[in-house]
Design a protein around this ligand. Structure first.
Ligand code: 87F
Length: 514
């Protein structure tokens, strides 16, 4: 028998945990559990956790199979986001995967830095294509020629389109499941307006949806803010983002971006409209995206030494019900109680499943579902049957509680809400503990070496950021700005930039990043 750990193991039909074998013995016998601890080797830990059962590695480096366990999370977020943007009158569409070189060239200035990451199709069968064809790394150049065609007058505006699709960026630096992969899933929204005011407003509305995906669904705290000139999308006017932080590695991670493109692309692609006065004007554009990276940030934030911990709102199985039969107990009665429990929960809209497999012990099942991160476990044994109750065990803090079957649904609903809330609070407290406000270069270096999320007064000059990058360049990557938070602490008059000594203009988050 090959168990969840992939190792060979004996089938264990022993009784309930505590009733015979101790937990430790089960672990030894089955090889269950992770082989590395989150604090000891984060990289190994992450890759091991992903393999249960979010991801399967593929035979092309940087490409991963999204298994149902992770795809379900993506779909739940998609359902939320898709409904929200439809309320904003955004419509879905689908543009081709392939980009002609001519169109890609049009965006030359902005694509320059990205060019090495563009993948090309050069052959069909054995013959070379007459003209190689690029695979979309993003769809500005694919879509905007048609925006130019479709937008004629002010009545054609606003044009708000979104597509759910895959993109390919042939990255060369260390691929990481979900966080940096060569192909990934995302949504990309591309909108065009008559006025800058409308565009500005939408940028923040979308950013708020991204915050909600992270904070309300994934229970990951993020900071909303403005990207620096160096870090913004070069093709746009300004870039806003939500930024997360991974305490274990001391790295920031850009969670999603919402850009105001201004009129740059309108100029390049001649996206003009006739206004009410009959004059020709250029449109104002936005673009915005979040990707499957969200799932990686969630895994890194919440997982522990037992495996994944899924926030209830995105878990495809929120409750797993496990029978705990024992010797001469009424096994059929216990199984029936499990099935009835799942039915009652499912009817109330809770995503519940039973695990009635007869070739695994309850203890093995506990570890297996813990590894997969199911937020709540329900155990039903002989004593529970007798007392007309079930035992609940929380994945986030291990808390156990016996609840009467009469109030099962309310109780479970409440527990799932508490788990969701607690996961967010714990993650937030951990992040807050990493934030360090600094004033000087020396403090900056000390904080950086302590893997802190650094909040520093900054002069907001491009050259100074470039200089900080150069001065912190090392094996683990240079430090850069993450964002200038919209919520700014007070900046006392006369505060100086930590890096240049010039007058500081704002507080900015700095750190190494993914
Ligand atoms: C890689 C290769 C070629 C990022 C790239 O963020 C081009 C690019 O344009 C590229 N990597 N970008 C920037 C993407 C900007 C923008 N696109 C629409 C977004 C949101 C969705």
């Amino acid at each position: 028998m090959v168990g969840p750990s992939g190792k060979k193991e004996k089938v264990d039909k022993a009784g309930p945990s505590g009733g015979g074998k101790k937990k430790k013995d089960v672990k030894k016998e089955t090889g269950l559990g992770l082989s590395v601890k989150k604090d000891e080797n984060f990289g190994e830990w992450y890759s091991e956790v992903c393999k249960h059962e979010m991801i399967e590695y593929y035979d092309i480096s940087g490409c991963y199979i999204l298994r149902p366990w992770s795809m379900a999370i993506w779909e739940i977020m998609q359902t939320f986001f898709d409904a929200e943007i439809k309320k904003m009158k955004v419509k879905n569409c689908y543009f081709p995967l392939f980009v002609s070189p001519g169109v890609l060239e049009k965006e030359k200035d902005h694509i320059e830095g990205f060019a090495p990451e563009v993948a090309w199709v050069t052959k069909s069968g054995k013959s070379d294509l007459e003209v190689p064809i690029a695979i979309r790394p993003t769809s500005e150049t694919v879509m905007y020629p048609y925006y130019s065609k479709w937008i004629r007058g002010h009545r054609d505006l606003p044009l708000k389109l979104n597509q759910w699709c895959n993109v390919v960026r042939w990255e060369f630096s260390n691929p990481t499941p979900f966080i940096r992969s060569r192909e990934f899933l995302w949504q990309e929204g591309h909108t065009a307006f008559a006025t800058k005011e409308e565009a500005d407003k939408e940028v923040l509305e979308i950013l708020e949806l991204y915050r909600r995906i992270y904070e309300e669904y994934l229970a990951v705290p993020v900071v909303k803010g403005m990207k620096s000139e160096n870090e913004k999308f070069a093709g746009g006017l300004y870039t806003t983002s939500v930024e997360a932080f991974i305490p274990n590695t001391g790295r920031g991670v850009q969670g999603a971006t919402s850009h105001c493109l201004g009129q740059n692309f309108a100029k390049m692609f001649e996206i003009n409209f006739e206004n009410e006065k009959g004059e020709t004007e250029m449109v104002w554009q936005n673009s915005w995206a979040y990707s499957t990276r969200t799932i990686g940030v969630m895994i890194m934030t919440h997982g522990d030494d037992k495996g994944l911990i899924l926030p209830p709102k995105v878990a495809s199985v929120q409750v797993v019900v496990i029978p705990v039969p024992y010797k001469d107990a009424n096994t059929q009665g216990i199984f029936d109680a499990c099935t009835a429990t799942v039915s009652a929960l499912s009817e109330a809209g809770i995503r519940a499943e039973e695990d009635l497999r007869d070739n695994y012990s309850p203890g093995w099942k506990y570890s297996n579902w813990e590894m997969k991160g199911v937020p709540l476990r329900i155990e039903i044994g002989p004593r529970d049957l007798e007392n007309d109750q079930v035992r609940t065990v929380r994945r986030d803090n291990g808390a156990k509680e016996d609840i009467p079957r009469g109030s099962l649904v309310e109780h479970v609903k409440e527990l799932l809400e508490k788990i969701q809330e607690n996961m967010y609070e714990v993650a937030k407290a951990k992040r807050e503990a990493c934030v360090e406000e600094i004033k000087t270069w020396d403090e900056f270096i000390v904080a950086l070496n302590k893997k802190k999320l650094i909040l520093a007064p900054w002069c907001d000059e491009e050259e100074v950021e470039r200089d900080v990058k150069a001065r912190t360049k090392g094996e683990t990557g240079a430090a850069k700005t993450l964002c200038s938070p919209f919520e700014q602490p007070e900046l006392p008059e006369g505060t100086l930039c930590f890096a240049s000594g010039k007058p500081a203009k704002k507080w900015t988050y700095w750190g190494r990043s993914y």
